[in-house]
Write a protein that binds this ligand. Structure first.
Ligand SMILES: C[S@@+](CC[C@H](N)C(=O)[O-])C[C@H]1O[C@@H](n2cnc3c(N)ncnc32)[C@H](O)[C@@H]1O
Length: 194
């Protein structure tokens, strides 16, 4: 995905800003706060903010984090982007595992889109994704993040995967499929109401 949010489809109806989109169904309308624990360049976090959720976007890589902060700043200065985003997107350049353990009020949803090892025979990803992969590498500690996410989210953890990839953890409670990605939803069964 490109840097910045200018190219993003902001159409409602059948566009990206529809609550019928798989990402919106995965997050769930009754939830209000989302932590995007693997924010990257912020495309998903921006969409979730435009769709109405209050989003904390956490990115640990300092360069990617800086680009993300810049994109949000630029969006604040653009009348159309800022009208859609409102004041619902906060960026934190930090390690999510630590950030989540410091949270005082638990978020309803924790969203994860980690960088997985590419499969050997898969087609090359798009150029911006290749660049991101070169800069951040793979996220080998994804299971540690998932475990703390399940202990911290009040309601659910959502993991984005490519459509044909195995789930990060077997037996998600729900799957919402898009054209090339899938959102696996893990419902929190205990009491994480902090
Ligand atoms: C595939 S990218 C996310 C793309 C993002 N969903 C988007 O729409 O732009 C994964 C990002 O998560 C970040 N990341 C992975 N694990 C993290 C962690 N524990 N804490 C903070 N950032 C993390 C990586 O540095 C990388 O930039």
């Amino acid at each position: 995905m490109p840097i910045g949010f200018h190219g993003i489809d902001l159409r409602t109806g059948n566009g990206s800003l529809s609550h019928k989109q798989p990402i919106a169904r995965a997050i769930g309308r009754s939830n209000q706060t989302v932590v995007d624990a693997t924010a990257g360049l912020g495309h998903d976090a921006f969409l979730m903010a435009c769709l109405g959720w209050n989003v904390h976007a956490i990115e640990r890589h300092p360069v990617i984090g800086l680009l993300l902060e810049q994109s949000v700043e630029d969006a604040r200065l653009d009348p159309q982007l800022s009208m859609n985003m409102g004041s619902r997107l906060q960026v934190h350049v930090d390690e999510s595992i630590q950030w989540l353990s410091r949270m005082e009020s638990n978020p309803d949803v924790i969203y994860m889109d980690p960088m997985f090892e590419p499969r050997k025979r898969s087609a090359l990803p798009r150029k911006p994704a290749q660049v991101l992969r070169k800069i951040v590498g793979h996220d080998d500690d994804v299971m540690d993040l998932f475990k703390i996410a399940m202990k911290t989210a009040r309601n659910r953890v959502v993991v984005k995967r490519t459509d044909d990839a195995r789930p990060l953890v077997e037996d998600p409670d729900m799957c919402h499929r898009g054209k090339i990605v899938r959102y696996d939803v893990y419902l929190v069964k205990g009491d994480n109401h902090g």
